[in-house]
Design a protein around this ligand. Sequence first.
Ligand code: UDX
Ligand code: UDX
Length: 458
Amino acid sequence: MTFKKKILCIGAGYVGGPTMAMIAHKCPQYKVTIVDINPTRIDQWNSEKLPIYEPGLKKVVTATRGKNLFFSTEIEKGIKESDIIFVSVNTPTKTFGAGAGMAADLQYWEKTARQILQHAESDKIIVEKSTLPVKTALAMERILTSTNNSIRFDVLSNPEFLAEGTAIKDLEDPDRVLIGSRETPAGLKARDELVEIYANWVPKEHILTSNIWSSELSKLVSNAFLAQKISSINAISALCEKAEADVTEVARAVGMDSRLGSKFLNASVGFGGSCFKKDILNLVYLCRHYGLEDVARYWQGVVGINDYQKERFVMNMMNAMFNTLAGKKICLFGFAFKANTGDTRESPAIFISERLAEERAELTITDPQALDNARTDLEGVEGNISYIENPYEASNGCDAIAVMTEWDIYPQLDFEKIFHSMVKPAFIFDGRNILDHNKLFEMGFNVFPIGKPPLTHF
Ligand code: UDX
Ligand code: UDX
């Protein structure tokens, strides 16, 4: 079969994998190849057990793999063959040198740009999929035009807005697709080619176009606004606990104002995920770079409240359990940063586990999808930590349960049975407010929700 165009994606991660699978699924006329430097990851994409857990992903991959979707480690060949290249490599926060802890580490990204330049033999459209600091496309253009060869590269920004756990749904029916380009005739022509791909399944009115810097900035700002909503309600949860108000009732009342909206108002143990913290720190760095110290401080506060919320959770546990956790057995329900994913990047459970281990508590961790990642995350942590998939076994003999992830299996468990297997007094710290607190209290548990008065038998 001859394909209309050949698409390459560099980086087979949480973003590149599902996004390209959806393009292949919706556009059988395009050949889509995903390459990665990590051969194990590529082998997993080609196997029955995909490297990431995402509801609905397997079905889309199975339907297209080997037909117009291919996973490979042959990056150079992929570059040579393709007309359009998506770059979806990771861009973690820098851990060294200038901007350490704040700025994005662009080394993989720059290496990828140079690789494209070295191996390209024909004109190409380069699409930034990774979230990047504003004006990174400019750097990409500079690298790609740094030699005198006659090949033309047009760089577009097309940030991905999918959320993990709902990636397939988000890709199939996105609120919007954003495409930023240079406003030159060549830039607009490249933009139209990308619009044409998405128009195969996304209504035209949901495909937004903008200048390239607005597009890059919009991604950072979207994540910053979403995280800000969570930090705002989490800040209020601390006040509710003191003022004997109920944060769920407050959130319901606030969210019914259509100007505010009811989503992203669930108070929690804190937000996690690979994007929020990294993107806000990027925004803060950018503001500082332009001398906007007050603006930088404002956004820094969103990350500050998230750190405060996680620490507050540990301190609440400590105070409730008679100011010592040493030797106590604590079971974490969930380790993923949110439900329906096995991803644990920046999961609040990592910080909470480290702090509890520091207090010399014994930990048992249970999660339906994230135990392998949990083991890796806690590798260097000293202390007694075990990983058990069955929540009944995991909580057996524990002093306390702390809910870290809002998996829908947890509210359905038989808590009578759990209560009888635990050390007394038995504690539950519900970091997601997903359990029936009154019922648990009646069973005999001492219950500590987020942003509501505790229910205790003392
Ligand atoms: C995404 C986005 O692309 C990133 O900008 C965002 O802000 C975080 O999420 P994600 O897909 O979640 O990244 O990251 P990850 O799952 O780590 O995947 C990146 C892949 O790129 C990895 O499989 C890695 O092996 C690959 N990679 C990295 C390359 O193929 N080449 C490189 O030079 C570097
Ligand atoms: C986010 C953005 O939603 C997505 O658009 C972007 O492309 C990538 O970053 P993701 O990190 O996958 O997606 O998940 P998201 O649903 O945004 O949740 C982030 C964190 O916030 C999770 O830890 C979640 O549990 C937490 N959260 C979310 C809350 O604590 N309360 C809420 O009300 C909502």
